[in-house]
Design a protein around this ligand. Structure first.
Ligand SMILES: [Zn+2]
Length: 487
């Protein structure tokens, strides 16, 4: 049974939880105020006792104590450098206050980390993190309340969130995003192709915002269908265990041809993928004056910026899949050309960039080496083409089990189970997730593989088939005003 809680209910709950249970600023203020009152009470008590016990100047103690430095309290409060009973008492109180303050800071930091995990729906991670430290801070109210909050939120999760099964999960895809509309739609011979198959950064941002507002959450394809091993050592694929609040809708994202091909030069696209000065995956683009600028010029950094602002858009750190071919290198580096003067250096750079991308949650897919129709090409061709991809691209981006078909054309047209030699060869190289193209969500989770089609969100889909996308966003408000009519 699906719960009837709405998005706004969930938000309200999350907000009220944050406010009631663990608003660190409010709680800190209360705590500091309370500590202050206690301190004054102790000081007054101390003064009275001190006056009764001796005739020494108590004002010095008070003054020094107000400065809140234990050392001075002890040293200046006595004539011989020996603390009196009252001074020792105050001294101990101050130390205890400081210890409590320190402990409180540690707990608040811990809760902050837990909240971050919980925002990404990793409630188990958040619970484990706090439970590990629970004994150390046994009586800490905020810690207990944070733990209870995670447990409550976890109890409300449903498999696949708002969906009944993995069958309903959309896998959406893009090509390189258009960063400069005036260059892409300048009327040259490539303009119409861009208008059909590309999406602008403006449109991508609109889509992500509207999908986020509608409860969509980005997940990894490896969580949609996952491989399990039975007791007898035989492995098979089963639906994954994506656990989301009952109003959240998981989706998978990929981007094709992340190669920054030569034909796109000077047409308003990023030129290559880089790591920026903060260690974050980013893109570099050639500006009109010939200089290069690093920034949000394609999907990867644009989405990173969006997720940084909306961490609950990503399930357990999931990002998209980057599908790359090999015939013009990878990620904008011409690693296919052994005669290039920067050949060795470029290979190292691609390895580094790919490593960082993976650390940030991005996954790689083969999009074949030569981008040919894999249904029409011979088995022999497919073998050679795939071998070459493994050698020239796989060797740089690392092993992957995802294959994203060029043109969305699969090796087989069957609606049953793959059985061809082409499939068997791909499987023998470790490919187990196969992605074609279709207008609606569609998935097969077979014992040996997962087959998941993808929905294009390009100009053609936006302008020709807007009704197909109405479950994702409001197409009319998404389309870039700069986009010309389709020819
Ligand atoms: Zn492609």
């Amino acid at each position: 049974m699906k719960s009837k809680r709405t998005i706004s209910d969930m938000r309200k709950n999350v907000n009220s939880e944050n406010q009631n249970k663990r608003n660190p600023i409010l709680d800190n203020n209360k705590r500091i105020a309370f500590a202050g009152i206690m301190l004054i009470v102790f000081i007054i008590t101390g003064v009275i006792i001190a006056n009764n016990l001796s005739n020494k100047d108590s004002i010095g103690i008070i003054n020094n104590n107000q400065q809140n430095t234990q050392k001075e309290t002890v040293n200046t409060g006595t004539t011989q450098g020996e603390p009196t009973i009252s001074e020792q008492f105050i001294h101990d109180q101050v130390i205890e206050q400081n210890l409590r303050k320190e402990e409180n800071n540690k707990v608040m930091e811990l809760i902050k980390q837990g909240d971050q995990l919980a925002l990404g729906y990793d409630y188990d991670g958040a619970i484990n993190l706090l439970k590990e430290q629970e004994n150390k801070y046994q009586n800490h109210r905020e810690l207990k309340e944070a733990l209870e909050g995670y447990e409550t939120a976890k109890a409300s999760l449903e498999p696949f969130g708002a969906y009944e099964s993995a069958d309903q999960i959309s896998h959406i895809f893009f090509h390189s995003l258009i960063a400069d509309n005036s260059l892409a739609f300048d009327g040259d011979s490539d303009s119409n192709g861009y208008n059909y198959y590309m999406t602008t950064i403006y449109e991508f941002k609109q889509m992500m915002q509207q999908m986020y507002d509608a409860g969509y959450v980005l997940v990894s394809i490896h969580d949609v269908g996952k491989k399990i091993e039975s007791a007898d050592g035989v492995s098979k694929f089963v639906p994954g265990d994506i656990m989301l609040p009952p109003d959240k809708k998981p989706f998978v994202l990929s981007q094709d041809d992340v190669n920054y091909y030569n034909y796109m030069d000077f047409d308003g696209f990023a030129t290559r993928m880089v790591i920026d000065e903060n260690g974050r995956p980013s893109t570099e683009m050639r500006m009109e004056d010939g200089t290069f600028s690093v920034g949000d010029y394609d999907m990867v950094p644009v989405l990173e910026t969006f997720i940084a602002e909306h961490p609950d858009f990503s399930y357990k750190g999931a990002r998209g899949i980057l599908a790359i071919t090999g015939y013009e290198g990878a990620l904008g580096y011409r690693t296919d050309d052994k005669n290039s003067p920067t050949y060795e250096q470029d290979k190292e750079t691609v390895k580094q960039v790919a490593k960082v991308l993976k650390e940030w949650g991005w996954e790689f897919a083969s999009h074949s080496y030569g981008h040919r129709n894999m249904y029409e090409m011979s088995t022999n061709f497919i073998k050679k083409d795939t071998d070459r991809w493994m050698e020239e691209v796989g060797s740089l981006v690392g092993p992957t089990d995802i294959f994203i078909y060029p043109y969305g054309v699969e090796v087989e047209k069957t609606f049953g189970t793959y059985s061809s030699d082409k499939y068997k060869y791909l499987k023998s190289l470790g490919f187990e997730y196969y992605c074609g193209v279709y207008k609606d969500p569609w998935i097969h989770i077979k014992d040996e593989y997962v087959r998941m089609t993808r929905r294009p969100l390009d100009g053609q889909a936006l302008l020709q088939f807007p009704e197909r996308l109405s479950d994702l966003f409001d197409v009319a408000t998404v389309v870039d005003p700069d986009r010309p009519a389709l020819k």
